[in-house]
Design a binder for this molecule. Structure first.
Ligand SMILES: Nc1ncnc2c1ncn2[C@@H]1O[C@H](COP(=O)(O)OP(=O)(O)O)[C@@H](O)[C@H]1O
Ligand SMILES: [Mg+2]
Length: 259
């Protein structure tokens, strides 16, 4: 592991297979404090699997992972190390993944009380604060079926923010939403980014990636093909595969972003 100053998360040689299918073929990635990384790539390239390995929802086969000052060899990570590292990240899912029988408030407090042993009163205060931050203070007692998709995802974001993670992981947070709701969620993510939270965002929203990300990472077939600042990656991609992928997203709205 290098000791790059201010890097919050460092991944080296991360590999993951499902049976014979090697889904991640040796991922190296460093994310600095307060940096927003946009992770792009075609469906099936391994983006979700990478986030899930970083959050220990999946167990990687090999690799080294450091988050803040905790480093583990993923081949032989102990349960204790895994719990320490898992608590340093929080994930926002494509399909929200809320408890359907719990209110917005309870969806946020649950993880705090059960997994993190935060006292109930403090958990409730923290949940109210983050739900307020995402504009949901009027819906604290609503259950998911009483909320729109956009509101459900706001609960998902509040739940992730409530644990004060070192790194926030977003897996296509707007892809299940109606088009008119996409921007309201992107605006919330943008405002969270502006508060200096370190994040990795898997997204197909290219304008958002261009505007908000400090680094764009393009993945294909389980490998990082190219990474750089948005201007470079969008404006003059070095790799043919990146060029081909991005050409599908050429926009008439802001053509100056794209090749
Ligand atoms: N639990 C699983 N079991 C077997 N194969 C899986 C599993 N999860 C993902 N895969 C496979 O891994 C590859 C990468 O999937 P994924 O990480 O979901 O890609 P992306 O998020 O980029 O679309 C795909 O080929 C997918 O079918
Ligand atoms: Mg995915």
């Amino acid at each position: 592991m290098s000791d790059v100053k201010n890097s919050v998360i460092e991944v080296r040689g991360l590999k993951k297979s499902y049976g014979k299918l090697e889904v991640l073929k040796g991922i190296d990635l460093t994310v600095n404090q307060g940096e927003v990384v946009a992770l792009l790539g075609p469906s099936g390239s391994g983006k979700t699997t990478l986030l899930r390995c970083l959050n220990f929802l999946e167990k990687a086969n090999t690799g080294i992972l450091r988050i803040e000052d905790e480093t583990v060899d993923l081949r032989k990570v102990s349960t204790k190390q895994m719990l320490i590292l898992r608590r340093k990240t929080a994930m926002v899912f494509q399909n929200y993944d809320l408890f359907l029988n719990k209110t917005a408030l309870e969806n946020v407090t649950e993880g705090l009380i059960v997994a993190r042993k935060v006292p109930r009163a403090e958990a409730i205060a923290r949940a109210e604060a983050v739900l307020n931050k995402v504009g949901l203070s009027a819906k604290l007692n609503s259950r998911p079926h009483e909320l729109s998709g956009g509101e459900q995802q706001r609960v998902g974001i509040a739940r992730a923010l409530a644990v004060n993670p070192a790194v926030l992981l977003f897996d296509e947070p707007t892809s299940a939403l109606d088009p008119e709701k996409v921007n309201e969620i992107l605006d919330i993510i943008r405002s969270v980014a502006e508060t200096g939270v370190t994040m990795i965002v898997v997204t197909h929203e290219m304008e958002f990636a261009y505007d908000v990300a400090g680094t764009v990472v393009f993945m294909e077939a389980g490998e990082i093909v190219e990474q750089g600042n948005p201007k470079q990656v969008f404006g003059s991609p070095r790799q043919e595969r990146t060029k081909q992928f991005l050409s599908r997203f050429t926009t008439t709205k802001r053509p100056e972003y794209f090749i």
